[in-house]
Design a protein around this ligand. Structure first.
Ligand code: HEM
Length: 281
């Protein structure tokens, strides 16, 4: 399970809400073949000397088949996680590598109105994911029904609570509408890209999403813990079950399809970042 960092670490990013930055384009799909020669961001640098490879076609084919993508040995979820973690800034997560934004950042002042917009748009997105897996245009989507990670119902309860407290629940706004439409479209024609969004949306919420929820609650909700941040049962087990299913689904994909899925991670950050930004609106 993703660890939840200490408050001091989360405080750091909450003073600098860098989820508003746009990821820089980068290459995700280069396997680790010869680490000491590669300048790829994701390739660890070893001090091992380079052994000149003057190979026959057969040797080169064998070399190619031995290439490892970061995380590949542990299964495809580890590959998706590796790419996602690199798209965080250092302030957001220890493994982050993305440059922080240079322009001045708005002060971390969440408002109830902004948070309500965030919850409404998040619900729209989770409604969309959960409808898609129920409908299962591609048979593999059906694996992801009733995983216990579903969030639409808990968000509906939270919004009902806010309503009882006298708040007006806003209509969904463009970040949620755009993301929902994008995911719906992808789901019909591009299962690998859809699965990337599915993974990032559900897993990010259990990690950074929870940290953000806790800080917002402390600041503007008197510490009230919303249903959005509660799961029935053992969350780490629920996550592991979904990881296992994702790994099984991806086992049937070609390397090209896997790379296509990994490449979609940046879009996931872009769309989710726009929804997160609503908290400060
Ligand atoms: C302010 C924004 C964000 C913060 C502070 C944040 C922070 C974190 C932290 C602390 C972790 C846990 C790292 C660990 O396992 O030790 C994490 C994991 C992760 N984050 Fe984020 N994150 C943010 C935004 C995002 C976004 C926008 C996405 C993609 C939509 C995302 C995707 C993920 C994924 C996939 C993981 C791995 C979860 C797992 O292994 O279970 N994060 N994030």
């Amino acid at each position: 399970m993703a660890s939840i960092p200490s408050i001091s670490q989360s405080q750091l990013f909450l003073n600098k809400p860098q989820f508003i930055s746009t990821p820089k384009p980068s290459v995700f799909m280069k396997p680790i073949s010869n680490p000491s020669q590669s300048s790829n961001l994701f390739v660890p640098q070893f001090k091992k000397p380079v052994v000149a490879a003057a190979g026959t076609a057969a040797e080169m084919a064998e070399e190619k088949s031995k290439k490892r993508y970061p995380g590949e040995g542990k299964g495809f979820v580890e590959e998706m996680r590796f790419v996602a973690m690199k798209l965080h800034t250092k302030d957001q997560a220890k493994e982050g590598e993305k440059e922080a934004q240079e322009k001045p950042l708005p002060k971390w002042e969440p408002t109830i109105d902004g948070y309500l917009k965030f919850l409404v748009d998040s619900k729209l997105v989770y409604d969309t994911f959960e409808r898609i897996v129920d409908k299962a245009d591609f048979p593999e989507y059906a694996e992801f029904r009733n995983t216990g990670l579903e969030r639409a119902e808990s968000l509906a309860k939270d919004l009902a609570w806010f309503k009882e407290e006298g708040y007006t629940i806003p209509e969904p706004s463009s970040p949620g509408l755009n993301y929902s439409a994008y995911v719906e479209e992808l789901s019909k024609k591009d299962p690998q890209a859809f699965i990337c969004h599915f993974y990032n949306t559900y897993f990010a919420h259990t990690a950074g999403g929870r940290m953000i929820g806790k800080k917002v609650a402390e600041k503007i909700l008197n510490g009230k813990e919303l249903e959005f941040y509660k799961w029935d049962g053992d969350l780490s087990q629920l996550l592991q079950n979904v990881r296992d299913k994702l790994n099984l689904v991806a086992e049937k994909w070609t390397r090209e399809e896997k790379n296509h899925c990994l490449e979609e991670t940046e879009k996931s950050f872009k769309y989710s970042g726009e929804i997160l930004r609503l908290i400060l609106s």
